[in-house]
Design a protein around this ligand. Structure first.
Ligand SMILES: Cc1cc2nc3c(=O)[nH]c(=O)nc-3n(C[C@H](O)[C@H](O)[C@H](O)COP(=O)(O)OP(=O)(O)OC[C@H]3O[C@@H](n4cnc5c(N)ncnc54)[C@H](O)[C@@H]3O)c2cc1C
Length: 429
């Protein structure tokens, strides 16, 4: 079968690679001149298989005033007149009950565990150089209530096979000496030895190279997808800046552009871009670089050593793209990072990046069929796109190839979401 993958980020490239492994002929359409140049470019580098709890949870309501009013809050929400923003927020609030949040956590844990297995398989098959490390992850807490909640979540997750231990503040600094400057403000942490890190951009680039060289996947770089042409219940062509691309099946892996490109077909994807920022700080022998991955939950900042630099990422902002506040948010991220790990690297040579997570209200990706017989979805991985790309891609590839996927696709399907309309054809006809 000839499959056209729309989008060459980590999700699209992983899908293209696994489709090609399965014997399909594959074309990837990507508007940039290379793979992984958008949201997959300089993310936090966490392969966070066990830290998957959704953003929507019971504690959201008490935090809302801070998100609206405080410029220092790790999450910022600036109301706009955009109806898509309001629709997303209403769905998000519906997902904040304890039972929904717990159910989603379980569904994402399953996806995370499967992703780790697919990634291990992929790494056995291909030698990819992407600063991969089985680093383990330490999440540190600065407030007792949040730490108590984390310990409850740890106990809950243990029944699903997650192995984690709780540490007191001294043990946190023993485990990661780069935290010594904030020793007195820590109350404890949760350590997960099985977590991993890597550079998402390098991974995407490496896998794209393997897909092209070993399997003949065709990458159409610098080509903009304009839309999808339909006849009845079938997609017959992808219309692009360089003419039509005709395939037997099409996979949407367009990240934040997925909703707008599917809207003309009557498909409403419940996704919204949630902005974040990262700092890439070079390190040398004289620096006290963290050797494991660290999350400072109070500030919602992650630290990962990726080769000869430290990647520091954080903030979740629902503010307009390129807004005036971005510079202030980056300054805040820089100052909090420097206060937490002052000797982690050469902060004067920091590279700054802004990206936006393609996020659903329940934090689950949208995978599988659309109601069009040959149009498939693999999008909406939100803050876990690097982590979940292998599982998401394998599940969608299995469905396209007519095999039973290893996990039930129902929890991640579009039709299961509270989006009002179950299938696209009612609007498109
Ligand atoms: C600050 C920050 C930190 C993060 N940290 C982590 C982390 O530590 N771990 C983790 O797992 N995830 C993390 N994420 C999330 C992760 O980066 C994303 O979920 C992931 O990159 C999404 O991949 P994607 O392939 O869906 O989207 P993208 O990488 O954006 O790929 C979509 C591609 O589609 C292309 N495209 C769009 N429209 C068109 C068009 N019309 N024509 C042609 N091409 C088009 C784009 O150019 C793009 O290359 C983070 C995100 C941010 C912002």
């Amino acid at each position: 079968m000839h499959v056209c993958v729309l989008g060459g980020g980590v999700v699209g490239v992983t899908t293209a690679y696994l489709l090609a492994c399965d014997g399909h002929s594959v074309t990837v359409i990507e508007q940039h001149s290379e793979a992984g140049a958008e949201t997959s470019y300089a993310n936090g580098g966490q392969l966070s298989y066990s830290y998957v709890a959704p953003l929507a949870g019971p504690s959201v309501i008490s935090h809302l005033p801070g998100w609206l009013l405080s410029k220092q809050a790790p999450l910022r929400f600036k109301p706009s007149l955009d109806p898509a923003q309001w629709a997303w927020c209403i769905e998000f609030l519906r997902n904040c009950t304890a039972s929904r949040s717990q159910q989603t956590t379980v569904e994402l844990l399953r996806l995370g565990a499967y992703s780790k297995a697919v990634m291990q398989n992929l790494m056995r098959e291909e030698s990819l150089d992407f600063a991969f490390s089985r680093s383990g992850k330490l999440v540190v807490y600065r407030d007792r209530q949040a730490f108590a909640g984390a310990k409850r979540l740890m106990d809950f997750q243990a029944q699903f096979g997650t192995q984690q231990i709780a540490l007191d503040a001294a043990a946190c600094v023993d485990t990661e000496p780069a935290l010594h400057a904030v020793r007195s403000s820590l109350v404890g942490g949760i350590f997960t030895a099985s977590e991993e890190t890597g550079d998402c951009y390098q991974f995407t680039q490496g896998l794209a190279r393997v897909a092209a060289q070993k399997f003949g996947v065709q990458f159409l770089y610098g080509v903009e997808l304009k839309g999808l042409r339909r006849e009845g219940e079938q997609i017959v062509a992808a219309t692009t800046s360089r003419g039509d691309v005709v395939a037997d099946a099409y996979v949407v892996a367009l990240g934040n552009s997925s909703p707008s490109l599917l809207k003309p077909l009557g498909i409403r994807l419940p996704m919204y871009p949630l902005k974040g920022y990262s700092l890439t700080v070079p390190t040398g022998k004289q620096h006290a670089t963290p050797h494991i991955s660290v999350t400072d939950l109070h500030h919602k900042i992650v630290y990962a050593k990726l080769g000869d630099c430290v990647r520091i990422a954080g903030m979740v902002d629902m503010t307009p793209a390129g807004s005036r506040e971005d510079a202030a948010r980056i300054r805040l991220l820089q100052s909090q990072a420097q206060a937490t790990m002052p000797e982690a690297g050469d902060y004067s040579a920091t590279q700054i990046w802004t990206g936006a997570r393609p996020t659903t209200p329940d934090s689950k990706p949208i995978l599988g069929s659309t109601g069009f017989t040959n149009l498939w979805l693999n999008t909406g991985q939100g803050s876990l796109g690097f982590t979940l790309a292998p599982a998401s891609a394998q599940l969608v590839v299995d469905a396209i190839s007519g095999r039973k996927p290893a996990l039930d696709l129902e929890p991640y399907a579009l039709k299961d979401r509270n989006v009002g309309r179950r299938y696209p054809l009612d609007a498109a006809n």
